[in-house]
Design a protein around this ligand. Structure first.
Ligand code: PLP
Length: 281
């Protein structure tokens, strides 16, 4: 057998892309979870590195089961990865269970980076993805280190069950330490989707910044992951959080307008435009 040829030295690339660390679940259909994150980041010219917080059994209609990654394995993966790679931002999606919270909190403290946290509590298809005590544990463990929290309206209410309205939910989440809270309204009724951005310091004075989007006719799977990743991409590209939130929404709305049905359930966002669209643009 001929001797293997020596490996070529790695090609010198002119500049390293920004990197986002994702802590996300795996969706075999690729609509949500880490695949949604990586596609979104790639579309922004950002490299995604990721650890999988949970495997899931699901299709484009609903989640049937969540299988958390062992917290010690998650810690081991993060330690080895972060000894090698230096991200510019962190995106947190589905967290497998409460045992992962101290591991994630320790990594955030060590990195000191902008953090986008999408508090995934229930699937769009209706399945509860976390235990009853989890929302309170997430608030305590992570919010002091979160730059942008992106709950939808139902998630905001579940995080703050005693709040009178969404303004009160946001106030409580800001009081926990989140610097910005974007409550999305895709799961609320109405012709227009209203997303509200609350920021520490201005919640009681000027109120939230309202972002309004025409409601698209379809329902989507993975819209929340896509939005949170788009915001994380913009933060890694050094946007200020308020700008990242605005640009991330605009990009996500365009991806939703291109959504495709890959199965019999909800559509998944068109995060990578088809080659024909790319050539035309
Ligand atoms: N599966 C995974 C791994 C997720 O991260 C999420 C949401 O973030 C879902 C399923 C549910 O997505 P959706 O509510 O958009 O259907």
């Amino acid at each position: 057998m001929p001797a293997p040829r020596p490996l070529k030295p790695p090609l010198k690339s002119s500049s390293k892309p920004p990197i986002v660390l994702c802590l996300s679940g795996h969706d075999p259909g690729g609509g949500a979870g880490l695949q949604a994150d990586l596609e979104t980041l790639a579309a922004h010219g950002v490299h995604g590195v990721g650890v999988i917080t949970a495997l899931t059994v699901q299709d484009s209609r609903n989640v049937r089961r969540v299988i958390p990654t062992d917290a010690a394995l998650l810690a081991e993966q993060l330690n080895v990865l972060l000894a090698d790679v230096q991200p510019q931002a962190v995106k947190i999606g589905l967290i497998g269970d409460a045992a992962q919270l101290p591991v994630i909190a320790a990594v955030l403290a060590r990195l000191g980076l902008p953090v986008v946290c999408d508090p995934v509590l229930r699937a769009g298809g209706g399945t509860d993805l976390v235990a009853a005590a989890f929302p309170a544990a997430l608030r305590r463990a992570l919010l002091p280190q979160v730059t942008v929290l992106t709950p939808n309206a139902a998630e905001a209410r579940r995080l703050v069950p005693d709040a009178a309205d969404l303004d009160a939910c946001a106030a409580a989440l800001l009081a926990d330490g989140a610097r910005h809270v974007l409550i999305t309204g895709g799961d609320e009724p109405g012709e227009t989707v209203v997303n509200r951005l609350y920021s520490a310091g201005n919640a009681s004075t000027s109120g939230p910044i309202r972002h309004e989007w025409p409601r698209l006719p379809e329902t989507f799977h993975g819209a929340g992951c896509t939005l949170a990743s788009a915001i994380a991409a913009r933060l890694a590209l050094a946007d200020a959080p308020v700008d990242a939130v605005a640009t991330g929404q605009r990009w996500t709305q365009a991806a939703l307008a291109r959504a495709v049905a890959i199965g019999r359930g909800r559509r998944i966002p068109g995060r990578i435009p088809p080659p024909s669209a790319r050539i035309a643009s």
